[in-house]
Design a protein around this ligand. Structure first.
Ligand code: F6P
Length: 547
């Protein structure tokens, strides 16, 4: 049988979407009492429920056909096998090797990378334990009380997000994160700290990122000023792939933890970029975190695609984005400790799949990555959920929640959290009809005139899509699984769109222009070649800053 063409399957998906256009998700539930069983999957304690979406068995069949036609499984295997799937940078994509806890080698260009990975892990473990125990002291011989990670993007978001997520396991020194070049960030952070007991980790894959280099230089001055130039060595460590540039900064070799060009910044939490997390929770818990991701890698590699959670997450995403035309997706963790998870996913998803040219260099013919956004529940309920329920845009919602909390003595809180999470997905599904609202008003004794005016405003249309991911408890292993499932979902979507999910050329232009604009902001260069808006803004700033 000739291989189907993804374009033809997209066409069939569109026809199918037309055919079920007037079907409501509630109709699908009413017609099939086993709908939840048909449209939910589990991997150990992780449950993925996608039944509250407008899709049928035929939809799923077509989506699976699409994945086959786009060769997603073969592409997945090529990634795990170390092929150079990042074609614009001619690099392998092997963050999965960083958490490979099997005995199997991983080859990049014929070389097994596992011995180097394991060596860095051992060095990180020794350093982390040294800082945690107080064996590695500050210049004045004191135990470090605070660690400041200086990095941005992938060198910041992963460590920040995971440190917050794993607060119950945090038994090391206090952790702080400085990313923004806005001097307020480092100033506010340093204001709370004692230089004599503060360690800095400079985290930058390239060791050229201007924000990180600027903050690092400020931190270095702060230590030199308060503790003396000779203290710098004891108070700094670095994480980078550019070991020569780190040496030039003056950080000694035994305090530099490397990684490799086949680790993308937004996929680097599993590498030495995870050092602050390891210092916070200890090497054993960090190993559990890697183990969780490895377990998800195994699931993604081996589970049949119809039972494969990241595959299904990706296919539901494609259905929403390409066929039903939804522009955004909201990530809504009912888990306060995942408060930075939406921000983390913004980089993971939008920097990976915010592309409009295929790997062949031609313009894409479908939409690609959606806008990802979100906040933890229940807070979001009291802010933007209004628009999700009654606004004119349809926003697929992705709920995440733990069956069990860490707060054994606060079960009443957790019961409420769970009830709210389930209530929101139920409300999105069912809505509230005009008849229901009118009945209620009549019971309350409102006049027919009032009812005609008020009732339509209280209608919830319902029929709004959501998925729910439930895990047992937010521990290091589970966090590893969660992140890895989203990484693989991004992979599945990118593979279907035939884009390179592993480069990020779109961030370069702004960086180049900022470098050009700096002397104009400083007032040392004319802005005559700039557009009139930029010139006007510069003129205003010059005056406001008395330059
Ligand atoms: O500007 C985007 C980016 O290149 C991200 O991809 C990366 O995570 C971030 O900057 C930081 O880069 P680096 O780790 O090299 O400092």
């Amino acid at each position: 049988m000739p291989t189907a063409n993804p374009k033809d399957i997209f066409k069939r998906l569109e026809e199918h979407a037309q055919a079920i256009h007037s079907t409501k998700i509630t109709d699908l539930f009413a017609a099939d009492p086993s709908r939840f069983d048909k449209f939910s999957r589990s991997a150990d304690d992780l449950l993925y429920d996608f039944s509250k979406n407008k899709l049928t068995e035929e939809t799923l069949e077509l989506l699976l056909e699409l994945a086959r036609a786009a060769n997603v499984e073969a592409k997945r295997d090529a990634m795990f096998a170390g092929e150079h799937i990042n074609t614009t940078e001619d690099r392998a994509v092997l963050h999965t090797a960083l958490r490979n806890q099997s005995e199997n080698p991983v080859l990049v260009d014929g070389k097994d990378v596992m011995p180097d990975i394991n060596e860095v892990l051992v060095n990180m473990g020794d350093f982390a334990e040294g800082i945690r125990s107080g064996e590695l002291t500050s210049h004045s011989g004191e135990k470090f009380t605070d660690v400041v990670n200086i990095g941005i993007g992938g060198s910041d978001l992963g460590p920040v997000m995971t440190t917050l997520a794993l607060a119950p396991y945090h038994d090391g020194p206090n952790l702080h994160y400085v990313s923004n070049v806005d001097g307020a960030h480092i100033a506010d952070t340093l204001a709370k700290l004692n230089p004599a007991t503060t360690l800095f980790i400079i985290a930058s894959k390239t060791f050229t990122t201007i924000e990180t280099m600027t903050n690092a230089a400020t931190a270095r001055k702060w230590i030199a000023k308060h503790c003396g130039e000779e203290a710098v060595g004891a108070h700094f460590a670095a994480v980078s792939t550019a070991l020569d540039k780190v040496a030039a900064f003056g950080i000694s070799e035994e305090r530099v933890f490397g990684f490799w060009d086949w680790v993308g910044g937004r996929y680097s939490i599993w590498s030495a970029i995870g050092l602050p997390l390891m210092i916070a929770i200890g090497p054993d818990a960090f190993s559990d975190f890697l183990g969780g991701a490895h377990a998800m890698d195994n699931h993604f590699r081996t589970a049949p695609i119809e039972d494969n959670i990241p595959f299904l997450m990706g296919l539901v995403g494609v259905w929403h984005r390409n066929v039903l035309g939804y522009d955004t997706r909201a990530v809504l963790p009912y888990d306060q400790r995942l408060s930075r998870f939406p921000a983390y996913l913004q980089q993971l998803d939008m920097e990976s799949n915010g592309k409009s040219v295929t790997k062949d260099g031609t313009a894409v013919e479908t939409e690609t990555g959606p806008i990802v956004w979100g906040e933890p529940g229940t807070n979001g309920q009291h802010a933007f959920y209004q628009l999700i329920h009654q606004g004119t845009s349809i926003i697929p919602c992705e709920f995440l929640v733990a069956a069990n909390s860490h707060e054994d003595d606060l079960q009443n809180h957790h019961n409420l959290l769970l009830a709210n999470c389930l209530a929101q997905s139920e409300a999105l599904l069912r809505g509230r009809s005009l008849e229901e609202v009118e009945d209620k008003f009549r019971k309350d004794g409102k006049s027919e005139e009032e009812i005609a005016k008020l009732a339509p405003q209280k209608v919830f249309p319902g029929n709004r899509p959501s998925t729910t991911l439930i895990y047992d408890r937010l521990d290091p292993f589970t966090l590893g699984r969660l992140i890895a499932s989203y990484e693989h979902r991004v992979f599945v979507e990118g593979a279907i769109w035939n884009i390179n999910s592993y480069d990020q050329w779109g961030v370069e232009l702004g960086k180049e222009l900022a470098t050009q604009l700096l002397p104009m902001v400083e007032g040392s260069q004319s802005a005559a070649n700039k557009d009139s808006s930029t010139q006007g803004l510069l003129k205003y700033l010059k005056k406001a800053r008395n330059l």
